[in-house]
Design a protein around this ligand. Structure first.
Ligand code: 4NP
Length: 161
């Protein structure tokens, strides 16, 4: 199973979603069975580590962000089982890039997996204050828990097949 998280810059939301999902997969015992990565729609921050403010909020919550920003490519989309967008703008861009209807259907909103979510998007924290980054961590952890449950079901189905 392979899951890609995508936001605009790949320095705030998608690295946090990836780290929160790894943590949630460890909790359900399938971290070794799922490949995770993140990427950005834009190329402004390619090669950079996660945003300092995002890392600070994540560290405060015990979540360690890793990796360097990269830009998503249309050709890689077919290589992922799930492509999870942080907001509707990311979702629309990814669906427009998808090479086929089948791949387009793998593009979903990350927060769909949080049944209790009050909103479908992870709000962009980049131009806001510190609270926005704290919120990203909270939102990502909640969605990651639901996603990990869904992935555990998928892994079970694959093992049964
Ligand atoms: P992200 O946040 O999409 O969550 O990584 C942003 C990072 C950079 C920019 C916007 C959002 N930017 O405009 O450079």
């Amino acid at each position: 199973m392979r899951v890609l998280f995508v936001c605009l810059g790949n320095i705030c939301r998608s690295p946090t979603a990836e780290a929160a999902t790894f943590e949630a997969l460890e909790d359900v015992g399938i971290a070794g069975l799922v490949t995770l990565d993140s990427a950005g729609i834009g190329d402004w921050h390619v090669g950079n580590p996660p945003d300092r403010r995002m890392r600070a909020a994540a560290d405060d919550a015990g979540l360690h962000l890793t990796g360097r920003a990269r830009q998503v490519t249309a050709t890689e989309l077919a290589d992922w089982d799930l492509i999870l967008a942080m907001d509707r703008s990311n979702l629309d861009e990814l669906r427009a890039m998808a090479p086929s209807a089948e791949v387009r259907d793998r593009v979903r909103l990350f927060r769909e997996f949080d049944g209790d979510a009050d909103h479908s998007e992870v709000p962009d924290p980049y131009y806001g204050g510190p609270h926005g980054f704290v919120e990203v961590v909270r939102i990502c952890r909640a969605a990651a828990a639901g996603l990990a449950d869904e992935l555990a079901h998928r892994v079970d189905r694959e093992l049964d097949a």
